[in-house]
Write a protein that binds this ligand. Sequence first.
Ligand SMILES: [Zn+2]
Length: 399
Amino acid sequence: MARSYTSKRAPIKDVNINFFLYVYRIMASFKLLCSKCKREYPIESKIWKCYCGNFLDISIHIEESTDYFEQVKSRIHTMWRYWELLPVSRKCLISIGEGWTPIIKKNYRNTVLLLKLEYLNPTGSFKDRGASTLISHLASIGIKDIVEDSSGNAGAAIAAYSAAAGIKCRIYVPEKAPHPKVLQIKSYGADVIQVSGDRAHVHNEALKAAEKSFYAGHLWSPFFIEGLKTIAYESFEQFGDVDSLIVPIGSGGLALGIYKGFRDLLEIGAIKQMPRIYGVQAEGFTTVYEILHPGYRGEKPSKILADGIAVPNPPRRYQIAYRLKETHGDIVVVNNREIIEALYRLARWGLFVEPTSATALAAFEKLKENNIIERGERILLPLTGFGLKAIDKISNLLG
Ligand SMILES: [Zn+2]
């Protein structure tokens, strides 16, 4: 049954009313757990990793209760319309309008592309969903001072939400981090520390500083990933089922978050099967591809266009590979030429994104050429970051 709603931000079609019928009765509870040593911790624990050194995940236990989600359809048009499914107290939400981004439907190469405009989030990238969840959590447990390491978009998002929460924020960035992104981070009032050397060295410097503060790294935080689940909820509410998704893989939080979101939808009975999730990595940064395709040795290009996914060794790389495989998805590796072609195609559709975001369309082209994506499929492509964030790179391309 189709039903329409009005919204200031998003055109909504083909809403599946069953979603609401199922979620009316939901209560959810959360805890922190380590998949390696199996330790469990209360959700409000002031820790960012397990005592064994491994990253933490958040488990959700969904219980059916009475008349619970009845008001979702009339709620605020931000990601916090789904607050019951997020591990943060509703009393302490740090929100500046994240989520409920539009989906543009595009018939292309005998498929239906669902382009979710994540670059319309407050700081210009999808990371606001993760930052809103993480900073809301940290504010709720009394953290006043944080440290994060980022090459750009996550740093901007953490800085913006810290400003909104009144939390002191230091962001460690690589010396060669994109200038527009560093400027954006500084504008929010965060201290920016530029570190020479590779990305691992930046991370280590941030950890040293965190000994007298609190490490809020998006590469590690399970709360950051939880916020990204809402992309799955929204896409379902806006357009119903999808057959597959294509997402850029940097830290992998986006793929893991969307995976968790669809798992929740499956658990509450809103969907009947998981969509296939394809990740995209750029040449030179293919650690997850190498896990799924042992023996691959790609070349590193001299210029890095997709800086947002230039993450050499994401801590959760094995978890990402496992999750993609579980959905019968895979990793697609794209090169700079393919990224530029996709960037221009999106721009000709009126969608100005940064090169990292264009990797999703570049990967679609490859999957279609290899007949992995079939005729008539509905494919969700989150367009992750706004083109103005990479204006220096794009102006070089234009000569
Ligand atoms: Zn552990």
